[in-house]
Design a protein around this ligand. Sequence first.
Ligand SMILES: [Zn+2]
Length: 131
Amino acid sequence: MGQSADHLTPNQVQVLNHLRAANAPMTAYQLLGRMQTDRGAVAPPTVYRALKGLEEAGLIRRIETLRAWAPVAAIRPGVVVICDDCGTVRGVEAPGLLESLHQRLAAEGFAEARQTIEVHGRCGDCAEDRA
Ligand SMILES: [Zn+2]
């Protein structure tokens, strides 16, 4: 996917592969289950360490409202939209929105450290199915 995996540990590679193969974000608990299926006993800290490392490497991103993780390649900067029917997550670029939010916060003297805008709803495919 364009991103080098050369510096990743075997655990990180395994977690990343599971996330990339999934259609929807996965929780640490789900990842733990997959890894245990792959190779038997795996302790939770192994999964958490791998997730932390992948996040620091900019390869995955936590979806706060789902307490789950998704490969960053599937999510561009902007607003994260989450389909509550099929579970797909994608990024919608919204430069105007982010810029106006930034200006509004700056006017209040608020220093942004981290920003998460997540919108739940139904994706186009699922909305069509309901129609
Ligand atoms: Zn959907």
